[in-house]
Design a protein around this ligand. Sequence first.
Ligand SMILES: NC(=O)c1ccc[n+]([C@@H]2O[C@H](COP(=O)([O-])OP(=O)(O)OC[C@H]3O[C@@H](n4cnc5c(N)ncnc54)[C@H](O)[C@@H]3O)[C@@H](O)[C@H]2O)c1
Length: 261
Amino acid sequence: MGLLDGHQALVTGAGSGIGRATCLRLRQEGALVALLDIDGEAAAVVAEELGGGPVVVADVSDGEAMDAAVQRVAAELGGLTILVNNAGVGAVKPLHRYSDREYDRIVDVSMRGTFNGIRAAAPMMLEAGRGSIVNVSSISGMRPTRGEAPYAASKAAVIALTQSAALEYGPILRVNCVSPGLIETPLTAPLMGDEKTRASFDRKTPLGRVGTAEDVASVIAFLCSDMAAYVTGINLPVDGGSLLPSSQVEGVLTAILSLSD
Ligand SMILES: NC(=O)c1ccc[n+]([C@@H]2O[C@H](COP(=O)([O-])OP(=O)(O)OC[C@H]3O[C@@H](n4cnc5c(N)ncnc54)[C@H](O)[C@@H]3O)[C@@H](O)[C@H]2O)c1
């Protein structure tokens, strides 16, 4: 028996990284899964890995397309009980170098895309009397980083949207959020660099390694399931402990500790 037997799920950004791993995990737990991505070919490859499932080619920032996607998926799967708003794009550059277009794209996909997903799915879930929505934010939305201003701001907005929606749609729906730390996916491939850089990311993470897409997918599956039946409106970091406060003199303290071994 799976955690999600009898559920019907829609995952956005399903063709890669965390979205792909989430589709696989939700299916493994017994849910029927529909895949939405702007890149239809990538989503079709993941659908094959799942052994089938509706593929919707759509841009999450297009409200009408999201409404249509939700209606189509519910008709094909026989309902919709789970929505994972995962699609997101990022960039790294100084704040003053972002063009209007770049800003719009990042904010539209993360913030408007999450809003569109909730707006499209919530009425149907309310009518059915049950549903769980999980949004994918980022630790950048909690502790902003240099070079990611539009991304960090839009991910903070995803946390606020989660909380508003949890208040509005309880007690019938649960709405939660995960905030991944550094996870190895195509999105972060340019940051990983060479082996030395990668090893330093591992070393600086309290759990000793960069995360995997599966690490995030299993927490999303948990939040979708009845195991989290009394959990709503939370933002759960999945970051290997990297948000824990560290001291300015960390290097010195580590050296002293290792001397006292
Ligand atoms: N990888 C990380 O370290 C990390 C950390 C924190 C948060 N996140 C968040 O996790 C989510 C997934 O990231 P990932 O690393 O798996 O990225 P990824 O680039 O591997 O996958 C993103 C997927 O979203 C799709 N997509 C992009 N724009 C879209 C749009 N407008 N409409 C529909 N689909 C669209 C892409 O085609 C792609 O398949 C994103 O919201 C990202 O911000 C990732």
